[in-house]
Write a protein that binds this ligand. Sequence first.
Ligand code: PGA
Ligand code: ZN
Length: 422
Amino acid sequence: MSITTIERVRGRRVWDSRGRPTVEAEIELASGTIGRAIAPAGASTGSGEAVDLRDGGARQGGYDVTRAIANVDGDIALILKGMDAADQAAVDGELIALDGTAEKRRLGGNAIIAVSMAVAHAAAAAKRVPLWRHLGATAPAVALPEIQIIGGGAHAAARVDLQDFLVIATGATSIVEALDWTGEVYRAAGEILKQRGLLQGVADEGGWWPAFDSNEAALETLYAAIERAGFTPGREMSISLDIAATQFFSDGAYRLRRDGRDMDAAALGAMLQRWAQDYRIVAIEDPVAENDRDGMIAFTRAIGGRCLVVGDDFLVTNADRIRAAAAAGACNTALIKPNQAGTLTETRAAFDAARAAGWRTIVSARSGETEDVTIVHLAAAWGADILKVGSFTRGERTAKWNESLRLAEIQGARFTRWRPLA
Ligand code: PGA
Ligand code: ZN
């Protein structure tokens, strides 16, 4: 028995930023130390990702998680008791084997990721080190933020079709500067919307609610906000987009309802390429539906030399998918979401696969979030290029940005600046 031996595992039913129940796991070690973590939840989920176990039925809109919590308290607690929390691979291996399904349907991806992350927190606490250090880093590498200014798609009742209109502080030399500049752009965007009589509140992740007549109008507004804040788009502050194209793909066509247009992959790709040029866009996520491998290859070939082509639903934080995509020339950047993979070990494997392919990496939150800041430490420990956690407002988002600010003050901390592709 050591100080990192797992003594007790329990689940707690807590609440996420959409007002839905979610799973918190609490691990108590023999030393009495406790580690906790909370599962986030997506809305525009990829079909290949780990599945959240929800109760269904009428209570809490079917989103309740009492069965997932019972799995933490029951089978999971039983198998982890006596294991070493410092041996993450062994713990995750047991969780994967105990579940026994490819998508973690039996115990629930939400139960498993909460436990997997809580184990890491407990081990770090027992060693009296911050999580980033427990994960193997000697100093934190603070990732460049990618921050949503306008929300859309599944996060805004499809008020515009595209999901995220974001900025990356491509000229920033510190996290303080990157967040300062983003704050100016967020405020400028709000002022423009107010002047035009379009101010209507915020979407799921805290970006401005998209009260626009077309998808491109949102893009124009963001471009204007960057300029109004005193920056040159494509220089200090650049635009990125998460198209989340699966969300508006049906019966073989991309249906942009806001624009009244149906498009094939080639036409959508051509439009995005024109936008990338006109609006100096530096990153585009999920520009095709999650199963459109040929479309992703064509898009990457066309634009991947000058723009990050990011796979989210397309890759679902899966090492095998990342390797296959890299071999085929689809994408040049992986979005890394721990709850898509289901365990920390599998998340790390996906991250390493992206790195091995020479890709960029973006560690990402979900649209349903909490005060949990685990991903900030993952990004800092692993040296991710970018951290994406939604907008600049709402506590579940600022919890992550504020943790980044704290990590940046640690002796030896480095800020990961933007690196142009070309
Ligand atoms: P989700 O959205 O968490 O709803 O999947 C985030 C994203 O698509 O990047
Ligand atoms: Zn996405």
